[in-house]
Design a protein around this ligand. Structure first.
Ligand code: NAD
Ligand code: 0WE
Length: 255
């Protein structure tokens, strides 16, 4: 019997086999969970479907989080096929590329709106849509980054979005506690994924994290997957509203 045997849940944010969401999915499946997946668009469906099927997923649905109807459709399909569910993983972020390059004060109103909508508001709408389908004892986890609380060079509007995301975690946790539903975030150290590719300062970020982290190494998708597994499992029944750092200790040691 695994930690997640008999539990069902959905993972938003797999793009490819480097995705943090994929590291989480593998850990959950290994622990016995039954998984559903979403993908952003048809181009990504080609990547995501074979990965999902390799973990025996039967429910694989499109969802652009900017589209409320798609989000509603995902959870009504889950209820139809599964009844109630146990967990939700939110591993989604996006900002316009130029906003991660230009000085922060140059961020356009539309760039700010897009980053906050996709990277932060989506947790709120996802939680709202999940609520009627989540069992008491259910658990929601999102992914965040240290740039929410420090001015990390180039992270810019994404840092503002992650601050909103982390605050949303606390407000959602406060509201849903009485329903027996927990909401937490995992704050991961830098990991080479699609969302990290093409960012000029990223290599430097990896080097500094490796050198200054107490563990003297980068964290992996597996490390993040295992921490997320804990937060989604009944090992964490007393834990909600937390920002849980999985960054090799960089956060506390490198201040
Ligand atoms: P990734 O590119 O593999 O995942 C990002 C996902 O967001 C992709 O699957 C993409 O399809 C999805 N996405 C973007 N816009 C979307 C939309 N409108 N609707 C639905 N999905 C959308 O990269 P990743 O690094 O695995 O990112 C996952 C999460 O982890 C993000 O929240 C990111 O901020 C966070 N994170 C990443 C790192 C890192 O260094 N890679 C560190 C800490 C936190
Ligand atoms: O959250 C992230 C990355 C989020 C992200 C990345 C991209 C690149 C491609 C959001 N939107 C886009 N849009 C694109 O067009 N991380 C935590 C990884 C990351 O990104 C950085 C970092 C780190 C760490 C950007 C600058 C500095 C550090």
């Amino acid at each position: 019997m695994g930690l997640m045997t008999g539990k069902k849940g959905i993972i938003f944010g797999v793009a490819n086999d480097k995705s943090i969401a994929w590291g989480i999915a593998q850990q959950l499946r290994e622990a016995g969970a039954e998984l559903a997946f979403t993908y952003l668009n048809e181009a990504l469906e080609k990547r995501v479907r074979p990965l999902a099927e390799s973990l025996d997923a039967k429910i694989i649905l499109p969802c652009d989080v900017q589209n409320e109807e798609e989000m509603v459709a995902v959870f009504s399909e889950l209820e139809k096929q599964w009844g109630k569910i146990d967990f939700v993983v939110h591993a989604i972020a996006f900002a316009n590329r130029e906003d991660l390059k230009h000085p922060f004060s140059q961020t356009s109103r539309e760039g700010f709106r897009i980053a906050l909508d996709i990277s932060a508001y989506s947790l709120v709408s996802m939680t709202r849509c999940a609520l009627p389908v989540l069992k008491p004892g259910g658990s929601i986890v999102t992914l965040t980054y240290l740039g929410s609380v420090r001015a990390v060079p180039q992270y810019n509007v994404m840092g503002v979005a992650k601050a909103a995301l982390e605050s949303s975690v606390r407000y959602l946790a406060a509201e849903l506690g009485e329903s027996g539903i927990r909401v937490n975030a995992v704050s991961a150290g830098p990991i080479k994924t699609l969302a990290a590719s093409g960012i000029a300062s990223f290599k430097e970020k990896l080097r500094v994290a490796e050198e200054r982290a107490p563990l003297k190494r980068l964290v992996t998708q597996d490390d993040v997957g295992k921490a997320t597994l804990y937060l989604l499992s009944d090992l964490a029944t007393g834990v909600t509203g937390e920002i849980h750092y999985v960054d090799g200790g960089f956060n506390f040691a490198a201040g």
